[in-house]
Design a protein around this ligand. Structure first.
Ligand code: OTU
Length: 642
């Protein structure tokens, strides 16, 4: 290819015009090999982003020097891991993978103590841990750490950089992959770059988006979505001292970085590689949809946002190829799919499935879930979903309105119903949740709450109704079963494994009270663990059933690198899918989303190639006759009798 040759020529020019940090012979060879492999692609993409600038080549030179410095700084142990992971490129698709997302302080107090929790994680089967942002951030409200003041300093309340590296090492020894947040759409207004920009340093003024003219701000506001409308209307915040507007997609203290400036690309690449060199194996790309802006567009998921992420990925391939990107695109399903590619993000949250599992629980109908996943579940076999039921954020109803329309569902009205259902404004609802970011203009709203509370446990415990309690527990099991078996890394959110309920204590804290997402960020107390492990409480049933399903998952490759087909059940309340492994092994899952019993003809098992089946969840051969009968919220994992 012509451009490939141009890239190789450019690499020669870069290497002869810069002075690289000193590399050992072995490192030099390896680094050169990686450059040969990835630099032509990288410079072509960077050229697409920044090629019109007179100073383009200067920034490429600087970038390569920076990559070399990060490569030198990467410990031998991590380099060995890079080589190992390159040999097993889809390791994250294994049935052994099980994730958990947790806040260091809420889960363990601090980083030192987190190491003592490793046995707890191992006992559950967790081998992929996402630590919520733990970097230095403003006192008071820091958006749960998503306002980063320094990517290289750990929040002193959690410990030190040394403690973090010790955690990374201890995790590695325990076979746990560490995942850190890469919050690169914005920094806090206390970041060094922001401070310098505020002081008027022209270099750093270009690191963010400032506007003097309110008219321009209003023009952007016409096409951009409001993400936190209860914080502030529009996407900009006026800085009195600077007499300028600054772009703030999220909170007013989170300043969006200006990636149209190549200096920002280089600076953030350095920070990213610093995080990689701590020893993590995953970086969660926070709010990645927003990183490229163009006037008169929505400024979300623009083509150049993808080019940028691909450039970051190439830099990782050169310096730290063991590290995978996880896309946090909580957007329209077609847009979510665009980030999923070996060359962009190998992993992605699965917000569509998350939202529609809740939708099916509320409606007791599965047609939207089935139709939507039939269209969107399949992704590149080199990539993997990260399936989740709850996380630290809200639930946004991100389904495709066109598919809803085909099912006779009006998207706008349906979202309104779902919000009412999950915030207790719909009579007869089992859910106990709270609204988040109601937008008075668009009527848009999202929902927060823990898995157990949203699934009905809180209400059932309050009312003491035994049937409701049974239903709530079965709903939790149903949700967990899908996340664990449909394909992808299941990501448990801290506390949900213990059946923890909503925590309203945030209302007493002036820095949290305006952000209802805190209702689902509870302290994981010893009492909560005790309750869930006492063998008799409802919470213990949640915990035990989850563990049982995890064990089954871990022991059968059909839950790992296997194909998933979403089945049409022709039954309004049932959801079914089949997993097929290359070795011929198959598993059929059938879920009942209703409290009414359901019957399904045994012929559904023909997809397994036999009607002699065994329910591996119950561990017994099923004697179904002509029909399979499912009780309220039942789940079956069927396999051919071996
Ligand atoms: C992310 O979420 C984080 O998960 C949030 O905790 C942060 O507040 C936010 O970024 C800013 O750093 O708006 O309500 O996909 O839905 O990126 C959650 C778009 C959020 C957004 C998502 C964002």
């Amino acid at each position: 290819m012509e451009s490939e040759q141009m890239g190789r020529d450019a690499l020669e020019l870069v290497l002869e015009s810069v002075e690289l940090p000193k590399l050992t012979k072995k490192d030099e060879k390896e680094f050169r090999k990686r450059l040969d492999q990835h630099f032509p692609d990288l410079i072509a993409k960077l050229h697409h982003l920044y090629g019109e600038r007179y100073d383009f080549f200067y920034y490429v030179q600087k970038l390569v020097v920076g990559l070399a410095a990060s490569f030198v700084a990467r410990k031998r142990k991590l380099k060995n891991r890079d080589e190992q992971r390159l040999k097993e490129p889809t390791w994250y698709r294994s049935e052994k993978m099980l994730g958990m997302a947790l806040y260091v302080d809420l889960f363990a107090g601090d980083l030192k103590n987190l190491k003592t929790k490793i046995p707890y994680l191992q006992e559950l089967g967790v081998n992929y841990v996402h630590l919520m942002p733990l970097y230095k951030s403003p006192e008071g409200n820091s958006d749960g750490g998503y306002a980063v003041s320094d990517y290289r300093s750990v929040d002193p309340k959690l410990g030190t950089e040394k403690d973090l590296i010790a955690v990374a090492d201890a995790f590695n020894d325990a076979g746990i992959s560490l995942v850190l947040d890469f919050v690169f759409n914005h920094t806090s207004d206390e970041h060094e770059w922001a401070k310098k920009a505020r002081e008027g340093d022209p270099k750093y003024a270009d690191f963010y988006y400032f506007f003097e003219d309110e008219k321009e701000v209003e023009e952007y506001n016409q096409t951009c979505r409001e993400i936190f409308p209860t914080v502030r209307r529009g996407s900009f915040t006026y800085q009195d001292d600077m007499q300028k507007w600054v772009w703030t997609t999220f909170n007013s203290f989170q300043w969006d970085l200006n990636f149209s400036n190549p200096a920002v690309f280089n600076a953030i690449t350095d920070e990213m590689l610093f995080l990689a060199n701590i020893g993590c194996e995953g970086l969660r790309l926070d709010a990645l949809a927003f990183i490229w802006k163009e006037k008169w567009t929505q400024c979300e998921s623009l083509p150049k946002a993808h080019t940028l992420i691909q450039c970051f990925n190439l830099c990782l391939q050169i310096v730290a190829p063991a590290v995978q990107f996880k896309s946090e695109a909580i957007v329209h399903p077609d847009e979510v799919a665009q980030y999923i590619d070996k060359k962009e993000c190998q992993l992605s949250y699965n917000p569509l499935m998350m939202a529609l599992m809740w939708e099916s629980l509320a409606t007791r109908e599965t047609r939207l879930l089935t139709a939507s996943l039939k269209k969107s579940f399949e992704i590149s076999p080199e990539c993997s979903w990260v399936n989740y039921i709850r996380c630290h954020d809200d639930i946004g109803w991100t389904f495709d309105d066109a598919i809803a329309e085909q099912q006779g569902i009006n998207g706008f009205d349906h979202r309104k119903f779902l919000n009412q259902f999950y915030t207790g404004r719909f009579e007869g609802s089992f859910a106990e949740g709270v609204p988040f970011q109601e937008n008075p203009t668009t009527g848009d709203c999202r929902v927060c709450g823990s898995l157990a509370s949203l699934a009905g446990l809180e209400k059932a415990l309050e009312s003491g109704d035994a049937t409701e309690l049974e239903y709530a527990l079965k709903r939790v099991r149903l949700m967990n079963s899908i996340s664990l078996s449909i394909g992808g890394i299941p990501l448990i959110y801290q506390g949900d494994e213990l059946g923890m309920l909503n925590d309203h204590s945030y209302l007493q804290d002036e820095h949290k009270r305006d952000d209802s997402r805190w209702v689902n960020r509870p302290y994981i107390t010893d009492e909560a663990v005790k309750l869930a492990t006492d063998g008799v409480s409802p919470q213990a049933r949640i915990h035990d059933e989850l563990k049982q399903m995890i064990r089954i998952r871990q022991n059968s490759p059909v839950f790992g690198i296997a194909n998933t087909e979403i089945l049409e059940t022709y039954q309004p309340h049932l959801f079914a899918y089949i997993r097929a492994h290359d070795n011929g092994d198959k598993m059929l899952a059938i879920c009942n989303f209703s409290e009414q019993g359901q019957r399904v003809p045994l012929s559904i098992c023909d997809a397994l190639g036999t009607r002699e089946v065994e329910d591996i969840l119950q561990g017994k051969i099923a004697d179904y006759g002509d029909e399979i009968v499912l009780d309220a919220y039942d789940v079956l994992w069927l396999k051919a009798v071996s």
